[in-house]
Ligand binder design. Structure first.
Ligand code: NAD
Length: 424
């Protein structure tokens, strides 16, 4: 029991790797290299707080491997650990391989609680963290992006700090920037839209019509809110939503646009939480959300929320993993046994890094695309990736989409390692 509850994301990632490595009989010399991040940078840096106190913050940047330029978001949370950042960088490697992007995985994190920090303090933390990484971030080798509790605002500060240090505007150094500063149209919605495309394909395969399909979403931040908005626009019924403060339920389905306005466009909602929204049937807890009678469950918040202790309660037919690492290996086994189709994170939420890649390409070329172009290129890539994973799962892994996704990625990664060899 202890082991599953306390399973850290890094051990979880390695377990997933070893399972597929064994199935595919992958060369142990390559598996060994995949089991170690090539670079872990840890930094402790001071920031003068609004009240004059000096606070020390700890930040990380991890490069999983260096076959290709490194790409991955930056997370701000009191729960950030080195192991978590290592796992997130590892998953980025696999994600980029599945959708065929020319990147290796990276991830960053700063241990801090944005809810207890002023905007000024957040700006100082972001700028100083960027300074600590001034020789690490680089348009050609390490390109950060947003993740939990970071957004276009933080990316603008990173872009500015890095550019001031370099003496020129480095459009390609960070993605997820505001559109006014060389960000891509469609980047803000990209991860949620990608989760939508993958879910839509899965519904089609299972012969379930989109109209009226019921959905419960954990997390109403960037990923969860966009996923909910887009799928509701296509006729689905979002009946439950939760976040760090709690959850809400309405069996008739929410007006998601109205809920979005309540959360993000309401100055009185300081915590940007769904709680307190009045057009509901009842309040629910995060734990209750996982056991609801719905067709689709979309964990879009944090890791390790579906474990072997609550997986039996899941009644959904599909789990769409908007978040990274929401399902533990123990839960995976139970969900497989119960015929729940899990759309794995490394496939389902790859839309974010895909449009980040588009942003990087556009920024490097200084030539920008329309939102329609971005969305249709994203749709093409996500649909193709889904089809290849679904077919592979059909042939090899009795509908185990996670194993199939890992297998496809791993085959591509093995080629990368073989072709580059080991220097010197
Ligand atoms: P966000 O900060 O915009 O939103 C996070 C949401 O999760 C918020 O609603 C928050 O209240 C909720 N949350 C936080 N802790 C919670 C808890 N303990 N219980 C329930 N809800 C909780 O973050 P995001 O960018 O939407 O990222 C969400 C997940 O998606 C993360 O796992 C992230 O790594 C993953 N992801 C994000 C992107 C991206 O482009 N932003 C891309 C791929 C994957």
């Amino acid at each position: 029991m202890e082991e599953e509850i306390n399973i850290d994301p890094w051990r979880m990632a390695i377990k997933q790797l070893d399972k597929v490595g064994k199935i595919l009989n992958i060369d142990e010399n390559i598996l060994k290299r995949l089991r170690y991040p090539v670079r872990i940078i840890e930094t402790n840096f001071p920031v003068v707080m609004d009240d004059g106190r000096v606070e020390i913050f700890t930040g990380f940047r991890v490069h999983h491997n260096e076959n290709l330029p490194n790409k991955g978001g930056i997370r701000y949370s009191p729960d950030v650990t080195k192991e978590e950042v290592m796992a997130l960088a590892f998953w980025m490697t696999f994600k980029c391989a599945i959708v065929g992007l020319p990147y290796s995985g990276a991830k960053g994190g700063v241990i801090c609680n944005p809810r207890e920090l002023s905007v000024k303090e957040l700006e100082k933390i972001t700028r100083r963290y960027t300074h600590q990484m001034i020789n690490v971030f680089n348009p050609r080798s390490d390109i950060p992006a947003p993740d939990i509790n970071t957004s276009a605002r933080e990316m603008a500060w990173i872009y500015d700090t890095y550019s001031m240090w370099g003496g020129h505007s480095a459009l390609g150094v960070v993605t997820g920037k505001p559109v006014e500063l060389g960000g891509s149209l469609g980047r803000a919605s990209a991860t949620g839209r990608g989760v939508f495309f993958i879910t839509r394909q899965a519904l089609q395969k299972l012969g379930i019509p989109m109209e009226g399909v019921t959905i419960a979403v954990q997390g109403f931040g960037n990923v969860g809110s966009w996923f909910a908005r887009i799928i509701a626009e296509h006729g689905a019924k979002v009946v439950a939503v939760s976040d760090w403060k709690g959850g809400i339920y309405n069996e008739n389905g929410f007006d998601v646009e109205d809920l979005y306005k309540y959360v993000f466009e309401n100055p009185e909602n300081e915590n940007k939480s769904v709680t307190g929204y009045t057009k509901i049937t009842k309040e629910i807890t995060n734990e209750e959300l996982f056991g609801l009678e719905v067709d689709i469950l979309a964990p879009c918040a944090i890791e390790s929320v579906i474990t072997k202790y609550n997986a039996e309660n899941v009644k959904a037919k599909i789990i769409a993993e908007g978040a990274n690492g929401p399902t533990t290996p123990g839960a995976d086994e139970i969900l497989m046994k119960n015929n729940v189709l899990v759309l794995p994170d490394i496939l389902a939420n790859a839309g974010g890094v895909t449009v980040s890649y588009f942003e990087w390409v556009q920024g490097n070329d200084a030539l920008f695309w329309t939102e329609e172009e971005v969305n249709s290129k994203l749709e093409e890539i996500m649909t193709r990736a889904f089809d290849s994973v679904f077919e592979y799962a059909d042939e090899c892994c009795t509908q185990d989409m996670r194993t199939a996704a890992y297998a496809i990625a791993l085959e591509r990664l093995v080629k990368q390692y073989e072709l580059r060899g080991i220097y010197p």
